[in-house]
Ligand binder design. Sequence first.
Ligand SMILES: C[S@@+](CC[C@H](N)C(=O)[O-])C[C@H]1O[C@@H](n2cnc3c(N)ncnc32)[C@H](O)[C@@H]1O
Length: 244
Amino acid sequence: MNLPSPTSPDPEKVKILFDGLAERYDSFNKIASLGLDQLWRKSLIQLLNQFELKDKKILDLGTGTGDLIFDCLKNGLGKNHPAFLGIDLSQPMLNKAKKKLLLYESEACVQLLQANGTRVPCASNQIDFVISAFLLRNVKKVLKEVLFEIKRILKPEGKIFLLELVAPEGIFLPILHKIYLKTMLPLVGKTIFKNSWSKDYLSETILQFGKPEDFSKILKEANFKDVSYISLTKGMAVIHTASY
Ligand SMILES: C[S@@+](CC[C@H](N)C(=O)[O-])C[C@H]1O[C@@H](n2cnc3c(N)ncnc32)[C@H](O)[C@@H]1O
């Protein structure tokens, strides 16, 4: 397979990759993260839930199979009637999301659209909150455009909550983490995805994503305000927060 480069992933190749992973993506996520992916999304949802969400517009960038929106609704955010827009490059991932979100059809307004994060199908100054889970590593090549687009669609004072996997810091944990990424993860990936497994793409994008402070710096340089981050599970995941 012609894989995207972990340091500079081309959106067209990323799309082909996730098209091939869509069918078994959810099972892989749960097994490969030992269920931590759900805990991490829940941490993001708790941050989001501290704000008034009544009738607000929430964009989930790189919504994939819709788990972040699904978990928002599962955790009761639907009672505030926010409108969700989920966008993703991969239509097969969105097809999975559509099926899953049918469960909450009566409770929430959810729109799912195939689009690149560099060009969100939404007018300017419309969105109150931009959320994402595990997208950032995949948009490294087009990060400037994606951040520009986030600013375009956010309302003044709109907020962002971006969850991503990172390499933890310290002495022993980084070694164990790397061993896991290089041995167990490929084993699980190959077993679940067979020939669609993306070889080193997942592990390398995590290892090469950079430190949370570096991403905070990028957000500040892009003129976001109140830039901060929260480390989760000894620094294996991070939620970047900021406002515009
Ligand atoms: C690792 S998955 C995360 C999916 C989901 N957010 C979750 O929590 O499991 C990354 C998703 O981002 C999408 N993606 C990657 N690059 C994108 C881009 N430039 N614009 C929109 N979506 C993108 C992929 O198609 C994929 O579905």
